[in-house]
Structure formats: structure tokens, C-alpha cells
Ligand binder design. Structure first.
Ligand SMILES: *Cc1c(COP(=O)(O)O)cnc(C)c1O
Length: 449
């Protein structure tokens, strides 16, 4: 057994090129199985899954109803292409997504990952302005926010703004109109918490006023920019963005890849400010965290611009081989059934309150600059100096030190620089959530003595 583990670890180091991982420093952690919110490695050690297997898992691992839905679908057909044909399970999921997403989003384009869902939305927006009845062919640009993260393909990187990830690829990217991150912790000079929302919106309006004629769409991660370090937007900002994009005739793309499916306490982040975007991008939790699945939903106005005879070439010439895969759709559909049958959203209320209490405690540590919560998502920002909000030098990897310590307490989490992230499965029990928060607290005490 030990020899087998050693060999797997060696092969893992030698052959598997891990995502967002410096392979020269990689330490293998090989999960062989999982049960509920617990991951079990090849040596039988158990870890609580404190970040939902990277923000995906909702109802726990090996959920009986999700497992059964997969087996059931497997006995019919595992894959059907979406290029010119269909299958009942994918159709049913499309219908359910239309029912639960904000009003007006009635047409579903399936893909396999969040980056693709964003690429599709960008292309739909671009093509829409060229093909609608009253074409506006100058509308070819996008507005995006500082520190935005929308995925790792080149279109989604173009609208992204995390310099450490994206700068290197600059020559390959298209130009984007970048507006300041609506950050509630680090406000711009002259702003106060009371005026921040209006100040950020004024800044955005100035950009739209000048450039709207050339802007196809604005892309935003609603309420909180997750990969940016759980940066919380001021309340009301999203609704304000919706009003401005309507006023200046710019499509609104909501990237809910991370925020969607209950994470924020409502099914979608947009629901909290009663916003209906023109396009919504879904991924991560859409399959309950089981299989690669993503979707882009569009309004009928957008859809109509793509209709015509084949010869008119108005088709969306875009597709991903496994988009709408029936196995992924089956588990996605089962996940939505669990939401309903188990009243998952109602069950979140006490857990969100429990997380808030724990964060209140954690916020008292002298090196915790800010705690940011949105539903069952939390970011804890570690700073060198609280008064000036001076960050720790990033190469000190304080966040990673917290996570390494938490791992010794049987809790697996993954940081964003100096921001410690807690994003457990929605199904986490109160006792498990306590263990995650205690490990984080102990980790912070250890990493920032
Ligand atoms: C993860 C993420 C993506 C990219 O999704 P992938 O499935 O990793 O391609 C896009 N947008 C947001 C907001 C994300 O969190």
C-alpha cells in the first residue's frame, strides 16, 4: 500500500501538470475517494472540503440522488452531440435553467467549462450588434472591471484583469475598456462607504458616456469578484450597472460561474438586486460539482438576431464537442431537484449566520484587515498593517501558510494570495462548518503570530 502511494506520488509529480500550480514546489495530495464533505486521500487521511473542490460541490460528494441520476442516464446514453441533435435530459435541464434564472433568459447554449461560457457570451454579444434588425456594427468593444477573472481562454483572459495571471499574454489579447474594481474595502481617495456606490457608478457612467457607441457589452461578476480575492461590491452597485447599461444600450453579461447556484444565499447573485442581465454565464456548481458543464443563457432579443435562412450566415458558428453532454445534464438536473426537495436555500440561512459569527471572531485578529462575506462565501484578508491596509508581500504566501496549517487540522482550503477563502459545500453541517472556521482561526494565529 505504502509503495503504491509512493509510486502514485512520483507519477503525479512527473506526469500531471496541475492547474495554477508551481510544479517545482508541488506537494502531492491525492484524493482517492470522498463522502459528504470529507475528502479521503490514498493513505486514508480525511480532510474537510472547505472550498467545495474549488467552488463546485454543492450537496456533498457521493450524494445518493446525484449518483443515481448518473447511473440511470448511463443506462440510456452517455453522450449525444448538440450539433444538430438533442436528447431528453439536456432539453429538460435547459427548460429548468430558463425557469430558475432571472426573467428574460430563455435560450441556453451549453459548453463544458466556465471560460467557454464567457467566450460564448462575448461572441454572442459581438455578433448580436452586427446582425440585429437595426445593426450597430461599431459596437465591438467590452467594458470590464479591474482585477476581474472570467476564465483562462484568450477571450476570457482579455476581459480579465488580474495582472499576475494575465499580463504575460498581453500581446495576444484584445483591448478592453477597464473600469476601477468596485472595492468596498480599499475605497478610492475621497470616497466614503456612504458615497462609494455612487462614486463607482459615476466613474462607470463617464466611460459609457464617452465610449458606448463602440461598446458591445459590459461583463461583471455580480456582488463579489471571487478570484480577485473575494472583493465585495458596494450594495446597489449591480442594480446601478444594470440601469446604466440599459441607458447607454450596452449588453450586460453576468458571469455567475462562481456565484450561481445558491452560494450567495439566493439561487443567483443577480436575484439579490432584482437584476435581469442580457446574458448569464453559469458553470462550476451547475452540475452539483460532479461533471464538466457550463451554460450561457441569452434573451429572446439576442436569439432573434441569429435567426434566418442558413444561407444568410447568421448562425452562431461556435460549439464545444461535449457541450450539453447528457450525463452532465442528468446530474445538473438532479442537483436542481435536490435544491427543491431538500429546501436547500432555506437551510442555508442558519449556516450563513453561523459563518458570520465565526468571521466576527476572526476579524478581531490584529493581522486580519477585512472579512468579506456573501452568503456561504467568505474571504479573510490578511494585512501587514491594519490601519494603512498595507498588504503582506505576496511572496510571503501568508494565505498558503494558513491553508498548510489548516491541512494539519484535517481541513482543506485554498487561498487567493493573502486572502483566506471559505466556500464549503452548501450541504456542510454546522459541526463541520465549525471545524473549518476553527482550523482557519488557528491557521491565522500560526501564520501571523
Ligand atoms: C472559475 C471561473 C471561471 C472559469 O471557469 P472554468 O470552468 O475554470 O473555465 C469564469 N468566471 C468565474 C467568475 C469563475 O470563478
Amino acid at each position: 500500500m505504502a509503495a503504491d502511494s509512493e509510486r502514485l506520488e512520483r507519477w503525479d509529480r512527473e506526469h500531471v501538470w496541475h492547474a495554477f500550480t508551481q510544479m517545482a514546489e508541488y506537494e502531492p495530495l491525492i484524493v482517492e475517494r470522498a463522502e459528504g464533505c470529507t475528502l479521503i486521500d490514498i493513505d486514508g487521511r480525511e480532510y474537510l472540503d472547505g472550498v467545495s473542490s474549488l467552488w463546485c460541490n454543492l450537496h456533498g460528494h457521493r450524494h445518493p440522488r446525484l449518483d443515481a441520476a448518473l447511473v440511470d442516464q448511463m443506462q440510456r446514453v452517455a453522450h449525444v452531440t448538440s450539433l444538430g441533435m438533442s436528447n431528453p435530459t439536456t432539453i429538460r435541464l435547459a427548460r429548468r435553467l430558463v425557469e430558475i434564472t432571472p426573467a428574460g433568459l430563455e435560450h441556453v447554449f451549453f459548453s463544458s467549462d466556465g471560460s467557454s461560457a464567457v467566450e460564448v457570451a462575448l461572441k454572442m454579444a459581438f455578433q448580436y450588434w452586427h446582425q440585429r434588425d437595426d445593426p450597430r456594427e461599431k459596437k465591438t468593444k467590452y467594458v470590464a472591471f479591474g482585477n476581474a477573472y472570467h476564465g483562462d481562454t484568450l477571450g476570457s483572459v482579455s476581459v480579465g484583469g488580474v495582472s499576475r495571471f494575465h499580463e504575460m499574454f498581453g500581446p495576444l489579447l484584445f483591448d478592453v475598456l477597464r473600469v476601477a474594481t468596485p472595492d468596498s474595502y480599499r475605497l478610492p481617495a475621497g470616497s466614503s462607504p456612504e458615497t462609494a456606490c455612487a462614486d463607482y457608478l459615476r466613474n462607470l457612467e463617464a466611460v459609457l458616456q464617452e465610449h458606448a457607441e463602440h461598446v458591445a457589452a459590459l461583463v461583471i461578476e455580480p456582488l463579489m469578484q471571487c478570484a480577485a480575492g473575494m472583493v465585495r461590491h458596494p450594495a446597489g452597485f449591480l442594480a446601478g450597472v444594470r440601469a446604466l447599461t440599459r441607458k447607454y444600450e450596452v449588453l450586460l453579461i453576468a458571469d455567475e460561474v462562481a456565484m450561481g447556484f445558491g452560494r450567495t444565499g439566493t439561487m443567483f447573485a443577480c436575484d439579490q438586486e432584482a437584476v435581469a442581465p442580457d446574458l448569464i454565464c453559469l458553470g462550476k456548481g451547475i452540475s452539483g460539482g460532479y461533471l464538466p458543464l457550463a451554460a450561457t443563457l441569452a434573451t429572446t432579443d439576442i436569439w432573434n438576431a441569429f435567426l434566418g435562412s442558413y444561407a444568410e450566415s447568421k448562425t452562431l458558428f461556435h460549439g464545444h464537442t461535449y457541450g450539453g453532454n447528457p450525463l452532465a445534464a442528468a446530474v445538473g438536473l438532479a442537483s436542481l431537484e435536490v435544491f427543491e426537495e431538500d429546501s436547500v436555500l432555506d437551510g442555508l440561512v442558519p449556516k450563513i449566520a453561523q459563518l458570520r459569527r465565526a468571521l466576527g471572531r476572526i476579524a478581531e485578529h490584529p493581522h486580519v484587515g477585512d472579512v468579506r462575506q456573501c452568503g456561504l462565501i467568505a474571504g479573510i484578508e490578511l494585512v501587514q498593517d491594519r490601519a494603512s491596509k498595507r498588504p503582506f508581500p505576496w511572496e510571503q504566501q501568508r494565505g498558503k501558510q494558513v491553508c498548510d496549517f489548516a491541512l494539519t487540522k484535517g481541513v482543506w482550503i485554498r487561498p487567493l494570495g493573502s486572502v483566506v477563502v471559505i466556500m464549503p459545500p452548501l450541504a456542510i453541517s454546522p459541526e463541520e462548518l465549525d471545524r473549518v472556521c476553527q482550523a482557519v482561526e488557528a491557521g491565522i494565529a500560526h501564520a501571523c503570530p
